[in-house]
Design a protein around this ligand. Sequence first.
Ligand code: AMP
Ligand code: MN
Ligand code: MN
Ligand code: MN
Length: 276
Amino acid sequence: MPSDLHMHTTYSDGSLTPEELVDAAKKAGLHYIAITDHDTVDGIGSLYERGLYPARGIHIIPGIEFSAHHTQREIHILGYNIDIYYGHLIDKLNDVTEARWVRFSEMVEKLQKVGYQITETEVLMIAGASKSISRSHIARLLVKKGYFPSVRVAFDEMLNKGKPAYVPHYRLEVGEIIDLIKAAGGTPVLAHPKLIGDDGLVESICQQGIEGIEAFYPQHNEEDTKRYIAMADRYGLLVSGGSDFHGFPTRYPAKLGIFTIDDRFAEKFYRPVRKL
Ligand code: AMP
Ligand code: MN
Ligand code: MN
Ligand code: MN
């Protein structure tokens, strides 16, 4: 059976609500899924609070995707099975989310200064219910207004690190994120290691208390996957993988179920819900 341990909802920069995502995952025949929104667990909370978790016929792993501080590289860390009601986690996520609001406002101002006629309100309309405002939302607006042909080009020219409209995230170090996930009872996993662009750095993170590595990822070729599985063996890490589904037709995978991993990897991350 196929599984997918990396996906986003409307609570960050995805297009489907958590309910729609679970539904689509069931229709795609997925067995284990993890919801991993950027810097928020509100999507998981909404499933819990509406009694939709655990869902029948599918195993849901509560997750999150953090962005770690680095001057040149993009380092993302997934956390699986975190206790979303853990106080210290909630406090930190509130700080991070608040900083995303200030950051988005600064990015809009930078774009306005170089001639892009966009407003904060327009970005917020794109972001919808999401409180985790990201560069994705700004990029989509820039494309919608005809400034760039695609989100990718908007990132390449304006929003990537080192580009004119870039503003750094709230500063969270790799070690701090790993400790926070563990303190919340979860398993920290290094996301899409190839996208970091520096395997030396990946190896050093493997030695900082991380417990898994996302070896299966759409942008990894067979050789990359093998190399990261070997790295997992070398450092005693779990092997994870997922599609990074956002639900937009222009971003791979356009549909759930196109990119999946084998259950024997996914099941290691699943923890049955405890009966009280
Ligand atoms: P942020 O969380 O504000 O740093 O925004 C990062 C998010 O933007 C990532 O999670 C991706 O979903 C998206 N993103 C980053 N780079 C690109 C790119 N080159 N093309 C499309 N989306 C991207
Ligand atoms: Mn994203
Ligand atoms: Mn990521
Ligand atoms: Mn992601």
